[in-house]
Design a protein around this ligand. Structure first.
Ligand SMILES: [Ca+2]
Ligand SMILES: [Ca+2]
Ligand SMILES: [Ca+2]
Ligand SMILES: [Ca+2]
Length: 452
């Protein structure tokens, strides 16, 4: 049974209290290697359909429909993203909590995922909650040392006798990277499997993403959200945990006992495996779950039912727009100083860095034109083949060639003082063809202001 309790400051949320949650629900001192499966799992080998309904008599029942469907689609797609932490008034008003982001998190609990960080169930306060999920170990207290980099939750943390509960990527201990094979051969909880030079399992915290030079990213299952924050897409770590469960009882991907999870929206009804509603039973939000062991298995638990509750006393924002399901289209983004919001202001003493990312999806390898256009107070500039911005009133091609995976690429870095004051808009565009004409088939833009 899960309960929630109030936090100490406005803004840190997702309070879900239970036995210590690890990456999987129900893990604790005595059940470190527990794998928790979504409702209905009985060791089957194909699609596991889990229904999700909205309590028809709940406040906001109709307003919940679109964001709940978006969150369902996000879990069904299992697409890893970076830069998923966004503060943008156009997405979520500054003083409101984003219902879609929180229901995405709570759905994760209802299908078996715990917090990758120590979270509020540790009883710790402040940033200490962001250390990687562990038990207290033999000395019965958390040993919290953020190591030489000073970043909590990174691979150089020293955690004394605390016992790690977090499944990490054995090759790189990087929770923002998803390998091709995700199962118990490529992921481990055993610190002896860490890469050379690492001391502890890193978790997908936003401070770690910045340390790694990525646009601000954080696991959806990481506890804590701010007003005005949208975190509506998954990172590699969220997906990896679920895929370890989906590799089945043998813990190997690609064998006959693998299964896939399909969440299915069933509308305004209380008759579903997971039911979402507003009531006063929780301080902020929570998924109450019950679970039981698979017959004859002491290391696999199945959730029996999930009840997601939201406290109506907060200022909730309900995304009114159904997100189109990505149909294998290329996804690209551009970032200024790791932010995508339109309100970035740079003082002369600031550094300016522009980064682009590209995921070609099913279009990988197709021929394309790549463009980067900068609209500046002193005319239009284009990134050329030497990766220099050149002044031109007609498009200048940056690259013509196949669509490739660009996890993160820095295209410009300079002190802001090198740029004249004023407003700038940078657009990264990729065409569905390679004809050296500016078609802008797929594009993303970011704006910023250089202050005098
Ligand atoms: Ca550290
Ligand atoms: Ca300890
Ligand atoms: Ca398997
Ligand atoms: Ca073209």
């Amino acid at each position: 049974m899960k309960n929630s309790y109030p936090g100490f400051v406005l803004g840190l949320a997702f309070w879900v209290l239970t036995v210590e949650a690890g990456v999987f629900e129900f893990t604790d001192e005595f059940n470190i290697e527990i794998i928790t499966h979504p409702p209905g799992y009985s060791g089957q080998t194909e699609e596991l359909i889990v229904t999700v309904g909205i309590s028809p008599l709940s406040p906001h029942a109709v307003a919940m429909e679109i964001p709940v469907q978006n969150a369902i689609n996000t879990w069904n797609q299992l697409a890893p993203t970076i830069g998923n932490v966004r503060f943008d008034e156009a997405l979520v008003p500054r003083h409101m909590f984003d219902f879609e982001s929180v229901v995405l998190h709570e759905l994760g609990h209802c299908i078996g995922l715990g917090h990758p960080n120590l979270a509020s169930e540790s009883g710790l306060g402040g940033a200490d909650k962001d250390f990687t999920s562990t038990t207290r170990g033999g000395n019965n207290r958390f040993d919290l040392n953020s190591g030489a980099d000073g970043v909590i939750g990174s691979g150089d943390d020293r955690r004394g006798d605390d016992v790690n509960l977090h499944w990490f990527n054995k090759e790189n201990n990087n929770p923002f990277v998803l390998p091709e094979i995700v199962d118990r051969t490529t992921y481990s909880q055993n610190l002896a499997d860490l890469p050379v030079g690492h001391f502890f399992a890193a978790n997908a915290d936003r401070d770690l993403s910045l340390l790694l030079g990525l646009p601000e990213s954080e696991a959806v299952m990481q506890q804590g959200i701010f007003p005005g924050e949208a975190r509506r897409t998954l990172v590699a770590d969220d997906i990896a945990t679920l895929r370890i469960a989906m590799s089945g009882l043998d813990g190997r991907q690609g064998t006959t006992d693998d299964y896939t999870l399909v969440l299915q929206y069933t509308g305004l009804t209380d008759r579903a495996d997971i039911v979402v509603g507003f009531n006063d039973a929780v301080a902020f939000s929570a998924c109450r779950i019950t679970g039981s062991f698979l017959p004859h298995r002491d290391d696999h638990i199945v959730i029996r039912e999930g009840q997601i509750s939201f406290n109506p006393g907060f200022d909730w924002f309900f995304n009114p727009e159904l997100t189109p399901i990505a149909s294998g289209q290329p996804v690209l983004s551009i970032w200024v100083n790791n932010q995508s919001s339109s309100a970035v202001e740079l003082r002369p003493e600031d550094m300016l860095s522009l980064k682009i990312t590209l995921t070609p999806e099913e279009h990988a390898g197709r021929q394309a034109d790549y463009w980067v256009k900068a609209v500046t107070p002193f005319g239009d500039y284009w990134l050329d083949a030497q990766l220099q911005f050149v002044r031109s009133d007609t498009p200048v091609l940056a690259y013509g060639g196949p669509l490739i995976d660009l996890p993160v690429m820095v295209i410009f870095e300079s002190p802001a003082s090198n740029l004249p004051a004023g407003d700038y808009t940078i657009t990264f565009a990729v065409d569905g063809n390679q004809d050296q004409r500016y078609d802008k088939t797929y594009h993303s833009s970011v704006s910023f202001t250089v202050l005098p």
